[in-house]
Design a protein. Structure first.
Length: 444
Protein backbone atom coordinates (compact mmCIF):
# COMPACT_ATOMS: atom_id res chain seq x y z
CA UNK A 1 0.00 0.00 0.00
CA UNK A 2 1.54 3.36 -1.01
CA UNK A 3 1.64 6.50 1.12
CA UNK A 4 -1.26 8.11 -0.74
CA UNK A 5 -3.57 5.20 -0.03
CA UNK A 6 -2.61 5.25 3.63
CA UNK A 7 -3.37 8.96 3.84
CA UNK A 8 -6.70 8.54 2.10
CA UNK A 9 -7.64 5.70 4.45
CA UNK A 10 -6.60 7.70 7.54
CA UNK A 11 -8.94 10.51 6.55
CA UNK A 12 -11.92 8.16 6.86
CA UNK A 13 -11.25 7.56 10.57
CA UNK A 14 -13.38 10.04 12.55
CA UNK A 15 -11.86 12.06 15.37
CA UNK A 16 -13.05 11.30 18.91
CA UNK A 17 -16.04 13.33 20.03
CA UNK A 18 -13.94 15.31 22.53
CA UNK A 19 -11.61 16.40 19.69
CA UNK A 20 -14.47 17.27 17.33
CA UNK A 21 -16.07 19.49 19.98
CA UNK A 22 -12.90 21.45 20.77
CA UNK A 23 -14.13 25.01 21.43
CA UNK A 24 -13.56 27.63 18.76
CA UNK A 25 -13.87 30.51 21.21
CA UNK A 26 -14.01 31.26 24.93
CA UNK A 27 -17.81 31.12 25.10
CA UNK A 28 -17.73 27.47 24.04
CA UNK A 29 -15.30 26.47 26.79
CA UNK A 30 -17.10 24.47 29.49
CA UNK A 31 -16.50 25.62 33.05
CA UNK A 32 -13.70 27.83 34.41
CA UNK A 33 -16.02 30.85 34.65
CA UNK A 34 -13.81 32.16 37.48
CA UNK A 35 -11.07 32.65 34.87
CA UNK A 36 -12.80 33.19 31.53
CA UNK A 37 -16.20 34.59 32.50
CA UNK A 38 -17.06 38.06 31.28
CA UNK A 39 -14.55 40.55 32.68
CA UNK A 40 -12.36 37.88 34.35
CA UNK A 41 -8.59 38.21 34.24
CA UNK A 42 -7.67 35.39 31.84
CA UNK A 43 -10.42 36.34 29.40
CA UNK A 44 -9.19 39.93 29.32
CA UNK A 45 -5.60 38.84 28.72
CA UNK A 46 -6.66 36.63 25.82
CA UNK A 47 -9.07 39.07 24.21
CA UNK A 48 -6.63 41.97 24.49
CA UNK A 49 -3.76 39.76 23.24
CA UNK A 50 -1.65 40.53 26.31
CA UNK A 51 -0.64 36.95 26.99
CA UNK A 52 2.39 36.45 29.24
CA UNK A 53 3.94 33.20 30.46
CA UNK A 54 1.50 31.14 32.52
CA UNK A 55 0.91 27.73 34.04
CA UNK A 56 -2.46 25.97 33.87
CA UNK A 57 -2.80 23.71 36.92
CA UNK A 58 -5.73 21.35 37.29
CA UNK A 59 -6.91 17.73 37.14
CA UNK A 60 -7.31 15.87 33.84
CA UNK A 61 -10.12 16.83 31.50
CA UNK A 62 -10.82 20.34 32.81
CA UNK A 63 -9.69 22.26 29.73
CA UNK A 64 -5.96 23.03 30.07
CA UNK A 65 -5.12 22.05 26.48
CA UNK A 66 -8.45 23.43 25.27
CA UNK A 67 -7.67 26.88 26.66
CA UNK A 68 -4.24 26.77 25.06
CA UNK A 69 -5.79 25.93 21.67
CA UNK A 70 -8.31 28.76 22.02
CA UNK A 71 -5.42 31.11 22.75
CA UNK A 72 -3.75 29.78 19.58
CA UNK A 73 -6.83 30.72 17.56
CA UNK A 74 -7.26 34.18 19.07
CA UNK A 75 -3.69 35.39 19.53
CA UNK A 76 -1.55 37.07 16.89
CA UNK A 77 1.47 35.04 18.00
CA UNK A 78 2.87 31.91 16.42
CA UNK A 79 1.71 28.90 18.43
CA UNK A 80 4.04 25.92 18.97
CA UNK A 81 2.73 22.88 20.88
CA UNK A 82 5.40 20.89 22.70
CA UNK A 83 5.04 17.59 24.56
CA UNK A 84 7.00 17.01 27.74
CA UNK A 85 6.67 13.28 27.06
CA UNK A 86 8.44 13.24 23.68
CA UNK A 87 10.59 16.39 23.75
CA UNK A 88 14.14 16.61 25.08
CA UNK A 89 16.69 19.41 25.52
CA UNK A 90 17.75 19.16 21.86
CA UNK A 91 14.18 19.68 20.67
CA UNK A 92 13.68 22.52 23.15
CA UNK A 93 16.74 24.34 21.84
CA UNK A 94 15.61 23.94 18.25
CA UNK A 95 12.22 25.44 19.05
CA UNK A 96 13.83 28.23 21.07
CA UNK A 97 16.18 29.10 18.20
CA UNK A 98 13.25 29.32 15.80
CA UNK A 99 11.43 31.56 18.28
CA UNK A 100 14.50 33.79 18.63
CA UNK A 101 14.67 34.17 14.87
CA UNK A 102 10.97 34.99 14.71
CA UNK A 103 11.40 37.63 17.42
CA UNK A 104 14.01 39.38 15.29
CA UNK A 105 11.28 39.77 12.69
CA UNK A 106 8.82 41.12 15.26
CA UNK A 107 6.81 37.90 15.64
CA UNK A 108 5.90 36.51 19.07
CA UNK A 109 5.94 32.77 19.74
CA UNK A 110 3.74 30.99 22.27
CA UNK A 111 5.14 27.61 23.29
CA UNK A 112 2.57 25.32 24.89
CA UNK A 113 4.13 22.56 27.01
CA UNK A 114 1.72 19.81 27.97
CA UNK A 115 2.53 17.89 31.17
CA UNK A 116 5.35 20.28 32.02
CA UNK A 117 5.82 18.52 35.37
CA UNK A 118 7.35 15.61 33.44
CA UNK A 119 10.34 17.74 32.48
CA UNK A 120 13.37 17.46 34.73
CA UNK A 121 15.15 20.53 36.08
CA UNK A 122 17.67 20.67 33.22
CA UNK A 123 14.93 20.54 30.62
CA UNK A 124 12.95 23.26 32.37
CA UNK A 125 16.10 25.37 32.70
CA UNK A 126 16.47 25.29 28.92
CA UNK A 127 13.34 27.47 28.62
CA UNK A 128 14.41 30.02 31.22
CA UNK A 129 16.71 32.37 29.24
CA UNK A 130 14.20 32.59 26.40
CA UNK A 131 11.36 33.37 28.78
CA UNK A 132 13.51 36.04 30.45
CA UNK A 133 14.43 37.66 27.13
CA UNK A 134 10.85 37.56 25.91
CA UNK A 135 11.71 35.31 22.96
CA UNK A 136 8.76 33.12 23.89
CA UNK A 137 5.61 33.17 25.93
CA UNK A 138 5.50 29.85 27.80
CA UNK A 139 2.18 28.19 28.61
CA UNK A 140 2.59 25.03 30.67
CA UNK A 141 -0.10 22.56 31.63
CA UNK A 142 0.22 20.31 34.68
CA UNK A 143 -1.88 18.09 36.87
CA UNK A 144 0.68 18.39 39.69
CA UNK A 145 1.24 21.27 42.11
CA UNK A 146 3.59 23.61 40.20
CA UNK A 147 5.11 24.80 43.49
CA UNK A 148 6.79 21.39 43.73
CA UNK A 149 7.08 20.33 40.09
CA UNK A 150 8.11 23.49 38.22
CA UNK A 151 11.51 25.16 38.47
CA UNK A 152 11.25 28.03 40.95
CA UNK A 153 12.96 30.52 38.62
CA UNK A 154 10.61 29.57 35.80
CA UNK A 155 7.58 29.63 38.10
CA UNK A 156 8.42 33.13 39.33
CA UNK A 157 8.13 34.38 35.76
CA UNK A 158 4.77 32.76 35.08
CA UNK A 159 1.25 33.40 36.35
CA UNK A 160 -0.40 30.26 37.74
CA UNK A 161 -4.06 29.77 36.86
CA UNK A 162 -5.87 27.05 38.81
CA UNK A 163 -8.48 25.20 36.76
CA UNK A 164 -11.27 23.44 38.62
CA UNK A 165 -13.21 20.25 38.03
CA UNK A 166 -16.33 20.95 36.03
CA UNK A 167 -19.57 20.83 37.99
CA UNK A 168 -22.20 18.25 37.11
CA UNK A 169 -24.36 21.06 35.70
CA UNK A 170 -21.53 22.23 33.43
CA UNK A 171 -20.88 18.71 32.16
CA UNK A 172 -24.61 18.12 31.67
CA UNK A 173 -24.77 21.26 29.50
CA UNK A 174 -21.73 20.08 27.55
CA UNK A 175 -23.35 16.71 26.89
CA UNK A 176 -26.57 18.39 25.75
CA UNK A 177 -24.55 20.51 23.33
CA UNK A 178 -22.75 17.41 22.03
CA UNK A 179 -26.11 15.94 21.04
CA UNK A 180 -27.15 18.98 19.00
CA UNK A 181 -23.86 20.40 17.70
CA UNK A 182 -23.15 19.39 14.05
CA UNK A 183 -19.59 18.61 15.13
CA UNK A 184 -21.04 16.12 17.61
CA UNK A 185 -24.21 14.09 17.13
CA UNK A 186 -26.34 16.89 15.71
CA UNK A 187 -28.56 15.55 12.95
CA UNK A 188 -28.15 11.91 14.00
CA UNK A 189 -31.35 11.85 16.09
CA UNK A 190 -29.93 10.38 19.28
CA UNK A 191 -32.52 9.71 21.98
CA UNK A 192 -31.25 9.73 25.57
CA UNK A 193 -33.08 10.84 28.70
CA UNK A 194 -31.76 13.80 30.70
CA UNK A 195 -31.56 11.49 33.72
CA UNK A 196 -29.05 9.31 31.87
CA UNK A 197 -27.02 12.35 30.84
CA UNK A 198 -26.89 13.33 34.50
CA UNK A 199 -25.64 9.84 35.35
CA UNK A 200 -22.83 10.27 32.83
CA UNK A 201 -22.05 13.66 34.40
CA UNK A 202 -21.82 12.00 37.82
CA UNK A 203 -19.64 9.20 36.47
CA UNK A 204 -17.20 11.65 34.85
CA UNK A 205 -16.15 13.20 38.20
CA UNK A 206 -15.65 16.65 36.71
CA UNK A 207 -13.66 15.38 33.70
CA UNK A 208 -15.15 16.75 30.45
CA UNK A 209 -13.11 14.46 28.23
CA UNK A 210 -14.23 11.42 30.18
CA UNK A 211 -17.86 12.54 29.96
CA UNK A 212 -17.73 13.02 26.19
CA UNK A 213 -15.94 9.68 25.70
CA UNK A 214 -18.62 7.94 27.77
CA UNK A 215 -21.38 9.60 25.75
CA UNK A 216 -19.69 8.65 22.49
CA UNK A 217 -19.35 4.99 23.52
CA UNK A 218 -22.96 4.98 24.69
CA UNK A 219 -24.21 6.31 21.37
CA UNK A 220 -22.03 3.93 19.34
CA UNK A 221 -23.39 1.02 21.40
CA UNK A 222 -26.97 2.28 21.53
CA UNK A 223 -29.99 0.52 20.09
CA UNK A 224 -30.61 1.34 16.45
CA UNK A 225 -34.14 2.27 15.42
CA UNK A 226 -35.82 3.34 12.23
CA UNK A 227 -35.39 6.98 13.22
CA UNK A 228 -31.99 7.01 14.91
CA UNK A 229 -30.23 5.70 18.02
CA UNK A 230 -31.72 5.08 21.47
CA UNK A 231 -29.40 5.07 24.49
CA UNK A 232 -30.77 3.20 27.50
CA UNK A 233 -29.73 2.77 31.11
CA UNK A 234 -28.45 -0.71 30.23
CA UNK A 235 -26.26 0.76 27.50
CA UNK A 236 -24.61 3.17 29.94
CA UNK A 237 -24.15 0.45 32.55
CA UNK A 238 -22.43 -1.73 29.95
CA UNK A 239 -20.16 1.11 28.83
CA UNK A 240 -19.22 2.22 32.36
CA UNK A 241 -19.34 -1.25 33.93
CA UNK A 242 -21.57 0.13 36.69
CA UNK A 243 -24.48 -2.14 37.59
CA UNK A 244 -27.32 0.10 38.75
CA UNK A 245 -24.98 1.72 41.22
CA UNK A 246 -24.66 5.14 39.66
CA UNK A 247 -26.35 7.57 41.95
CA UNK A 248 -26.92 11.29 42.15
CA UNK A 249 -24.02 12.70 44.16
CA UNK A 250 -26.11 15.69 45.15
CA UNK A 251 -29.10 13.60 46.18
CA UNK A 252 -30.26 11.93 49.38
CA UNK A 253 -28.65 8.55 48.74
CA UNK A 254 -25.23 10.18 48.47
CA UNK A 255 -25.58 11.70 51.93
CA UNK A 256 -27.13 8.53 53.35
CA UNK A 257 -24.16 6.41 52.32
CA UNK A 258 -21.43 8.82 53.42
CA UNK A 259 -23.29 9.05 56.74
CA UNK A 260 -23.31 5.26 56.94
CA UNK A 261 -19.54 5.15 56.32
CA UNK A 262 -18.85 7.82 58.93
CA UNK A 263 -21.03 6.22 61.59
CA UNK A 264 -19.65 2.73 60.92
CA UNK A 265 -16.11 3.99 61.52
CA UNK A 266 -17.26 5.90 64.61
CA UNK A 267 -18.88 2.71 65.94
CA UNK A 268 -15.61 0.76 65.42
CA UNK A 269 -17.13 -1.53 62.75
CA UNK A 270 -14.46 -2.10 60.06
CA UNK A 271 -16.61 -4.54 58.06
CA UNK A 272 -19.48 -2.11 57.68
CA UNK A 273 -17.03 0.71 56.94
CA UNK A 274 -15.47 -1.19 54.04
CA UNK A 275 -18.89 -2.16 52.72
CA UNK A 276 -20.18 1.42 52.59
CA UNK A 277 -16.85 2.57 51.18
CA UNK A 278 -17.15 0.08 48.32
CA UNK A 279 -20.78 1.12 47.72
CA UNK A 280 -19.63 4.68 47.15
CA UNK A 281 -16.58 3.94 45.02
CA UNK A 282 -18.26 1.35 42.80
CA UNK A 283 -21.14 3.77 42.26
CA UNK A 284 -18.75 6.24 40.70
CA UNK A 285 -18.16 8.50 43.69
CA UNK A 286 -15.10 10.74 43.50
CA UNK A 287 -12.43 8.94 45.58
CA UNK A 288 -11.02 12.30 46.66
CA UNK A 289 -14.37 13.21 48.18
CA UNK A 290 -14.31 10.00 50.23
CA UNK A 291 -10.68 10.60 51.18
CA UNK A 292 -11.51 14.12 52.38
CA UNK A 293 -14.28 12.75 54.60
CA UNK A 294 -11.85 10.23 56.12
CA UNK A 295 -9.33 13.02 56.77
CA UNK A 296 -12.07 14.95 58.58
CA UNK A 297 -13.05 11.84 60.57
CA UNK A 298 -9.44 11.32 61.69
CA UNK A 299 -9.49 14.62 63.59
CA UNK A 300 -13.17 14.81 64.48
CA UNK A 301 -13.66 11.30 65.88
CA UNK A 302 -10.19 9.89 66.56
CA UNK A 303 -8.25 13.02 67.38
CA UNK A 304 -5.41 12.80 69.87
CA UNK A 305 -6.49 9.35 70.97
CA UNK A 306 -4.36 8.29 67.98
CA UNK A 307 -2.61 11.22 66.25
CA UNK A 308 -1.25 8.82 63.62
CA UNK A 309 -4.78 8.49 62.23
CA UNK A 310 -4.58 11.93 60.64
CA UNK A 311 -1.20 11.15 59.08
CA UNK A 312 -2.54 7.95 57.58
CA UNK A 313 -5.73 9.65 56.35
CA UNK A 314 -3.76 12.39 54.58
CA UNK A 315 -1.47 9.75 53.04
CA UNK A 316 -4.56 7.91 51.77
CA UNK A 317 -5.82 11.16 50.21
CA UNK A 318 -2.47 11.68 48.48
CA UNK A 319 -2.50 8.10 47.19
CA UNK A 320 -6.01 8.61 45.83
CA UNK A 321 -4.83 11.80 44.13
CA UNK A 322 -1.78 10.12 42.59
CA UNK A 323 -3.48 6.92 41.46
CA UNK A 324 -7.20 7.52 41.08
CA UNK A 325 -9.66 4.67 40.73
CA UNK A 326 -9.51 1.73 40.75
CA UNK A 327 -5.95 1.55 42.13
CA UNK A 328 -6.62 3.78 45.14
CA UNK A 329 -9.47 1.63 46.47
CA UNK A 330 -7.12 -0.39 48.67
CA UNK A 331 -5.60 2.77 50.19
CA UNK A 332 -9.02 4.08 51.13
CA UNK A 333 -10.00 0.67 52.44
CA UNK A 334 -6.88 0.62 54.64
CA UNK A 335 -7.68 4.09 55.95
CA UNK A 336 -11.34 3.26 56.68
CA UNK A 337 -10.38 0.09 58.56
CA UNK A 338 -7.73 1.96 60.57
CA UNK A 339 -10.23 4.66 61.54
CA UNK A 340 -12.77 2.04 62.61
CA UNK A 341 -10.27 0.24 64.85
CA UNK A 342 -8.58 3.34 66.30
CA UNK A 343 -9.46 4.57 69.82
CA UNK A 344 -11.96 7.43 69.62
CA UNK A 345 -12.04 10.97 70.97
CA UNK A 346 -13.96 14.00 69.79
CA UNK A 347 -12.33 16.30 72.37
CA UNK A 348 -10.56 18.38 69.70
CA UNK A 349 -13.83 18.90 67.81
CA UNK A 350 -15.72 19.87 70.98
CA UNK A 351 -12.87 22.19 72.00
CA UNK A 352 -13.20 24.13 68.75
CA UNK A 353 -17.00 24.32 68.96
CA UNK A 354 -16.81 25.73 72.48
CA UNK A 355 -14.00 28.15 71.59
CA UNK A 356 -15.87 29.29 68.47
CA UNK A 357 -18.93 30.16 70.53
CA UNK A 358 -16.87 32.32 72.87
CA UNK A 359 -14.86 33.81 70.00
CA UNK A 360 -18.00 35.01 68.23
CA UNK A 361 -19.19 36.69 71.41
CA UNK A 362 -15.86 38.33 72.27
CA UNK A 363 -14.58 39.54 68.89
CA UNK A 364 -13.87 42.99 70.36
CA UNK A 365 -11.88 41.59 73.28
CA UNK A 366 -8.32 42.95 72.93
CA UNK A 367 -5.29 40.70 72.82
CA UNK A 368 -3.47 40.99 76.17
CA UNK A 369 -0.59 43.45 75.85
CA UNK A 370 2.03 41.04 77.14
CA UNK A 371 1.50 38.58 74.25
CA UNK A 372 1.31 41.21 71.52
CA UNK A 373 4.25 41.47 69.16
CA UNK A 374 6.17 44.66 69.90
CA UNK A 375 8.02 45.00 66.59
CA UNK A 376 8.51 48.81 66.71
CA UNK A 377 9.66 51.21 69.42
CA UNK A 378 6.24 52.89 69.41
CA UNK A 379 4.56 49.55 70.07
CA UNK A 380 6.96 48.72 72.88
CA UNK A 381 6.40 52.16 74.40
CA UNK A 382 2.68 51.36 74.37
CA UNK A 383 3.34 48.22 76.40
CA UNK A 384 3.32 45.64 73.61
CA UNK A 385 5.21 42.57 74.83
CA UNK A 386 5.79 44.02 78.30
CA UNK A 387 5.77 41.22 80.87
CA UNK A 388 6.01 38.47 78.27
CA UNK A 389 7.54 35.31 79.72
CA UNK A 390 9.63 33.21 77.33
CA UNK A 391 8.92 29.58 78.23
CA UNK A 392 12.27 28.34 76.91
CA UNK A 393 14.11 30.50 79.45
CA UNK A 394 12.62 28.49 82.32
CA UNK A 395 13.80 25.19 83.67
CA UNK A 396 10.31 23.67 83.29
CA UNK A 397 9.84 25.14 79.77
CA UNK A 398 6.51 26.54 80.94
CA UNK A 399 5.28 29.68 82.69
CA UNK A 400 2.13 30.68 84.56
CA UNK A 401 1.49 33.52 82.08
CA UNK A 402 -2.18 33.97 81.09
CA UNK A 403 -2.77 33.84 77.32
CA UNK A 404 -6.57 34.15 77.13
CA UNK A 405 -8.37 37.51 77.06
CA UNK A 406 -9.27 39.03 80.43
CA UNK A 407 -12.94 38.00 80.28
CA UNK A 408 -12.07 34.35 79.55
CA UNK A 409 -9.35 33.75 82.13
CA UNK A 410 -9.37 30.17 83.36
CA UNK A 411 -11.71 28.97 80.63
CA UNK A 412 -11.09 25.39 79.41
CA UNK A 413 -12.01 24.08 75.97
CA UNK A 414 -9.91 20.97 75.51
CA UNK A 415 -11.36 18.30 77.77
CA UNK A 416 -9.66 15.02 76.77
CA UNK A 417 -11.63 11.82 77.15
CA UNK A 418 -8.55 9.78 78.07
CA UNK A 419 -8.84 7.04 75.44
CA UNK A 420 -5.80 5.64 73.69
CA UNK A 421 -2.82 7.99 73.54
CA UNK A 422 -5.06 10.81 74.71
CA UNK A 423 -4.77 9.40 78.20
CA UNK A 424 -1.22 10.77 78.20
CA UNK A 425 -2.39 14.14 76.86
CA UNK A 426 -5.09 14.25 79.53
CA UNK A 427 -2.58 13.52 82.27
CA UNK A 428 -0.15 16.16 80.98
CA UNK A 429 -2.90 18.78 80.53
CA UNK A 430 -4.07 18.26 84.11
CA UNK A 431 -0.51 18.48 85.46
CA UNK A 432 0.07 21.72 83.53
CA UNK A 433 -3.15 23.25 84.92
CA UNK A 434 -2.23 22.30 88.49
CA UNK A 435 1.33 23.60 88.05
CA UNK A 436 0.09 26.95 86.73
CA UNK A 437 -2.47 27.30 89.53
CA UNK A 438 0.19 26.59 92.18
CA UNK A 439 2.63 28.97 90.53
CA UNK A 440 0.07 31.79 90.41
CA UNK A 441 -0.93 31.19 94.05
CA UNK A 442 2.71 31.42 95.15
CA UNK A 443 3.16 34.67 93.19
CA UNK A 444 0.15 36.36 94.82
Amino acid sequence: MNDNSVSLFAKTVPEPLAARLRPENLDEVAGQRHLIGKGKILRRLIEEDHISSMIFWGPPGVGKTTLALVIAKLTKAKFVPFSAVTGGIKEIREVMQQAETARNYGERTIVFVDEIHRFNKAQQDAFLPFVEKGSIVLIGATTENPSFEVNGALLSRAKVFVLKNLTEEEIFSLLKRALTDPRGFGGQNVTIDDDLLKRIAVFSNGDARRALSTLEMSVLNGDSSATGVIVTKETIEAVTEKKSLLYDKSGEEHYNIISALHKSMRNSDPDAAVYWLSRMLEAGEDPLYVARRIVRFAAEDVGLADPNALTLAVAAYQAAHFLGMPECNVHLSEAAIYMALAPKSNAADIAYIMAKKDALQTMAEPVPLHIRNGVTKLMRDEGYGKGYQFAHDTEEKITAMECLPESLKGKRYYLPAGKGLEAEFKDRAEKIIRWKENKRNREK
